[in-house]
Design a protein around this ligand. Structure first.
Ligand code: NAP
Length: 274
């Protein structure tokens, strides 16, 4: 495991993604993940699994202060009073008195950035979140959020994988001392794993394509991938990426795939991307 420092936050990488995991399966995967060494779990109010994530945390027996828990406020809840209520409800469902990171899940053009960022700071000042940040913020909105925030933002969580050029967002995050948390980090598998740059490196290192792509992420400063799997054995596979290294040439070959500019998460409410 690696720990990324981001404006005071210490964020373990990789983290465990939990979108689509529900109920007992979610709890047992969270407990298993912590048992095999994960120390970072990513959930959201919108995933409707915070109770299950909380149960998994408790079932693992790992002390609370050793786990970095992230949750998020949905974009319809960004008006200040609603944002605070959303954070309180998330904590109730998780069974926790604070999260380690609270994010605005998606921007909402109907709510001024400054007012939702002020509410996020209030939640932090109340001790409900140790760190705060945003998700799906392109660079112009990120600059607004950074300027409006009293406490430094720790993270911008965005879609990032070798098929998407996130150089602008990455540069903006690093300039502000923030981490870039990479969601859909393995592009949900598929064609990416068959790319020569990935498949050849996997063969050379005796690793799986998923491990090569995750290694590509963690080998970049300030990047925290959060892969998701429904299979316990893949949790271990996706963590076993710290006993080999990609050469500069291999890193460049994988990075050159970003020309595809292929985005998985794009919705009617998405902002205008960089
Ligand atoms: N902030 C946001 O707006 C946002 C948006 C999307 C996602 N996220 C977060 O990011 C997390 C990850 O994103 P994601 O779930 O969309 O995509 P992902 O992690 O890139 O891909 C997940 C898919 O990859 C497969 N997989 C996982 N490990 C594998 C391995 N070692 N070999 C082969 N296939 C493997 C999984 O299948 P199996 O289950 O069969 O293993 C699953 O279908 C989410 O769970 C969520 O926490 C955040």
């Amino acid at each position: 495991m690696k720990v990324v420092e981001a404006n005071g936050a210490r964020i373990p990488a990789p983290g465990m993604g939990t979108w689509t995991l529900r109920g007992r399966q979610c709890s047992s995967l969270v407990a298993h993940a912590l048992g095999v060494g994960y120390r970072h779990v990513d959930t959201a109010a919108a995933y409707e699994n915070e109770e299950a994530v909380g149960e998994g945390l408790r079932a693992s027996g790992v002390p609370r202060d050793e786990v970095f828990v992230t949750t998020k406020v949905w974009w319809t809840e960004l008006e200040p009073a609603r944002l605070e209520k959303s954070a309180e409800a998330s904590l109730r469902r998780l069974g926790l008195d604070h999260v380690d990171l609270l994010l605005i899940h998606w921007p909402n053009p109907q709510v001024p950035v400054a007012s939702s960022i002020a509410a996020l700071n209030k939640v932090r000042a109340r001790g409900l979140a140790r760190n705060i940040g945003v998700s799906n913020f392109p660079t112009a909105l990120l600059a607004e959020a950074i300027a409006a925030s009293e406490a430094p933002l720790a993270v911008n969580q965005v879609e990032s994988h070798p098929y998407l050029d996130q150089a602008k967002v990455y540069a903006a995050c690093r300039k502000a001392g923030m981490a870039m948390v990479a969601y859909c980090p393995i592009f949900r598998g598929g064609s990416l794993f068959a790319e020569a740059a990935v498949a050849d490196a996997a063969r050379r290192h005796g690793r799986t394509p998923a491990q090569v792509v995750l290694r590509w992420h963690v080998q970049q400063d300030g990047v925290v991938p959060i892969p998701r799997t429904t299979r316990a054995e893949r949790l271990e596979e996706n963590l076993a990426i710290f006993d080999f290294a990609l050469s500069d040439e291999e890193m460049r070959a994988i990075s050159s795939l970003t020309g595809a500019n292929d985005r998985l998460c794009d919705f009617g409410f998405s902002p205008r991307w960089d």
